[in-house]
Design a protein around this ligand. Sequence first.
Ligand code: AHR
Length: 502
Amino acid sequence: MENGKLTIDPAFTVAPVNRRIFGSFVEHMGRCVYGGIFEPGHPTADDDGLRGDVLDLVRELGVTAVRYPGGNFVSGYKWEDGVGPRDQRPTRLDPAWRTIETNAFGLDEFMTWARKAGIEPIMAVNLGTRGLQEALELLEYANHPGGTELSDRRIAHGAVKPHDIRMWCLGNEMDGPWQLGHKTAEEYGRLAKEVAGGMRQYDADLELVACGSSGRSMPTFGAWEATVLEHTYDVVDFVSAHAYYELEGDDVASFLASSVDMDLFIREVVATADHVGAKLASPKRINISFDEWNVWYLKKFQQEGTPTEWTSAPRLSEDAYTVLDAVVVGSLLITLLKHSDRVTAACQAQLVNTIGSIRCEPGGPAWRQSIFHPFALTARFAQGEVLEPRVVAPTMATAKHGDVSVLDSVATHDPENGRVAVFVVNRHPSESVAFSTDLRYFGGVDLVEATVLGDEDLFAVNSMEDPDRVVPKAYDSAKVVGGALEAELPPASWSLFVLQTS
Ligand code: AHR
């Protein structure tokens, strides 16, 4: 194969790295909450029942913000059920995941966990079975300092200081026929405008997210965003986007090129939002909250179906992630970074056990899935300004996305300390690519660190027995020669190069 060439110039700036891009998602689904972040009695659990080993891994992952409590779950949720003395909380049926919800964990427990994890909360309100009144009550309970019935109730429950939650999602995937209280774009647009307007009467500075499409392949995609934003343009800050990718059959090439779809999705949502802005002659720009994205073996999950028995915290979608999945996650992060000017929040879905980067066993250990690694390294090393490299590389044919570049890349530059981080994926399933990166516009550069995540066995996974089977490895062959970084990128691999400019 021909060589690939990148040119990276400090002038190729997209936007500052927005830390909210490194968000995650905790839903009352499967064992994400119960038996995930919360397991009273676990040897590492603290007095609040929060697993210490999981908290340590969450911090190591570098997660900055977490969306809660759903997801499909939120569309039937009564937040009041999850606050106050535990022995008085009702046990209910959650129709979204056919699960018994004990309500042992709720808003105040989540906020305690968020504080310990050092993350910003992103809260979703139920616009499936509920509306403005309940959203306002939740807001008053969560954010009002005191002196009213609901804020005093929070104080009586032990949360003396207001939670001060700034970012709120107006429902979840309301375009999806599976959603409890599913609505047309007109119906949802009207409701979201009403709820956003009411929430802003309480606090004009809240950051509000209107539901966009649950996926680019939804039949209403595009029209949904246009209609919803025509109603809500003046009262929301974000429109959401959700995307899950999976390997279908043995089409590894298409899977490795999943970020082509995410890239188009983002461009199309931006174009639609700007079209509405133009029609309204508004100088305001709506940004994207990509608040669910990941690799998810959804077809398998759908074939298995939701449990027939009603149980509490069943094992749902606890797939072991492969090397291939980790490479795709790395390239999805590259895409989010490349669009940092308009994607200003994002949440990998989900955090623990269910579709999770972290896995754990009841009473047992917690470990890093393969997909943990590109996330943790990107969150740690993407600092300063995002730079979009000029990429000249061979292409490969894919069944789903046509001909695509074998290289996917983004860089960041931190002018404060002169560090440059280059993230590159070789999408080719079976061929390595020799690549060089022209960095001459930075003056001299030294290679500080070079890491690669790839494997001869693309289907290797981490497990309880072998938790470090898939880990990033040091790059032996990478070097800087005459102002250019040179390396041989293995097939289906994700790489990170950290350089120091002089
Ligand atoms: O993350 C799992 C589910 O995927 C969420 O509950 C829903 O919003 C999406 O369809």
